[in-house]
Design a protein around this ligand. Structure first.
Ligand code: ATP
Length: 336
């Protein structure tokens, strides 16, 4: 396994930038998630690492090898695509072993390595089936085994769970995390799903319009978002962003916006008067939409609090839970 390094990597398509001067260091054995909205350049970053796109500028290193100009076949990376890209006429075993057969690895060795990879990916019982006879989650495991069998330096995973239903997605996500712990591989995982990023990533790189916004552990990204964009993109419902602290009884510096996560708004006896405009139950909790001091907010509260539309409540928060952002640039500001 190897560390990966992108140094000042840019990619333009017909003069339009998709990735801008990206610096990224992925440690040996790390699972790093690249997170961002549709079109932010996530897939392009993976395709650049795989050698499927050529960088307009910058260098890409895998271990101590500069692979910037190498063809995909010489980089020793494995990519798992959103579509899995399995051959429909081959069995699972043949799909997994395909790359080895093409490289003229001996048949007995192919069989052995396919069996090993399938065991690690949890699909050893499916080897004789064709893709049409497999569920989405099972196909995903075959695609993972096919990536594992090549014993690459780096795994590149492009939204590999997006075709699965919610339950299977959560289950496969957990399995993938265990698999990473077991094989200790360097993995880059692309997603637009912030929950996936928070649950899977050892570190998360947040991208917007091809630019790195923040690189940090899930906890850092959550607790100290570097700017307004990261603050709003990570977390559901999105962080409340207020033009001033007036709606929650906080005095913020002039020109600063105040960000407060829904779970950090308190509805009680004290604070600013607010009107409930909508209640969305989500099981043990409810999302309570409010209007206070001319501002719309969402609070996450225990369902048994029993708020109803039209209720008048009092709203407060504390400085400890309030983030400050520059009203113009959106950059994080310290409380002074
Ligand atoms: P998604 O989550 O929707 O897959 P993404 O974050 O992976 O999005 P990319 O596929 O990396 O985004 O695309 C980044 C930008 O580059 C987009 O504006 C896209 O339209 C553009 N782009 C990607 N590939 C090409 C291409 N081959 N030719 C021209 N433009 C491209």
């Amino acid at each position: 396994m190897s560390a990966v390094r992108l140094a000042g990597v840019s990619k333009d398509f017909d003069g339009v930038p998709a990735v801008r001067e990206l610096d990224l260091d992925v440690a040996d054995g790390e699972l790093l998630v690249v997170l961002g909205p549709s079109g932010c350049g996530k897939s392009t970053v993976l395709r650049l690492m795989a050698g499927l796109e050529e960088a307009t500028a910058g260098r890409i290193l895998i271990g101590d090898r500069d692979v910037t100009k190498l063809s995909p076949g010489r980089r020793n990376v494995s990519m798992v695509f959103q579509s899995y890209a399995l051959f429909p006429h081959l069995t699972a075993a043949e799909n997994i072993g395909f790359g080895l057969v093409v490289r003229e690895v001996r048949r007995a060795e192919v069989r052995e390595r396919v069996a090993q990879a399938a065991t690690v990916a949890g699909c050893a019982h499916l080897l004789e089936r064709r893709p049409a006879q497999l569920s989405g989650g099972e196909r995903q495991r075959i695609a993972l085994a096919r990536a594992l069998v090549r014993e690459p330096d780096v795994f590149l995973l492009d939204e590999p769970l997006s075709n699965l239903d919610a339950e299977l997605r959560a289950q496969t996500r957990a399995e993938l995390k265990l698999l990473h712990a077991r094989v200790g591989a360097t993995m880059l995982y692309v997603t637009h799903d912030q929950i996936e990023a928070l649950t899977l990533g050892q570190r998360i790189a947040v991208l917007r319009d091809g630019e790195l916004q923040q690189l940090g552990t899930p906890e850092q990204i959550w607790r100290e978002p570097a700017n307004r964009f990261v603050a709003r993109f990570v977390g559901s419902p999105a962080m409340n962003l207020l033009a001033s602290g007036a709606a929650v009884g906080l005095e913020a510096p002039a020109g600063a916006e105040v960000g407060i996560r829904s779970e950090h708004l308190a509805l009680g006896e004290e604070g600013v008067e607010a009107t409930v405009t909508l209640v969305e139950p989500i099981g043990s909790e409810a999302l309570v939409h409010l209007r206070a001091a001319g501002t719309e907010l969402v609070a996450r509260v225990p369902a048994e609090a029993g708020h109803g539309v039209g209720d008048t409540v009092r709203l407060s928060s504390s400085r400890e839970h309030a983030h400050l952002f520059d009203g113009e640039t959106g950059e994080r500001l310290p409380w002074t």
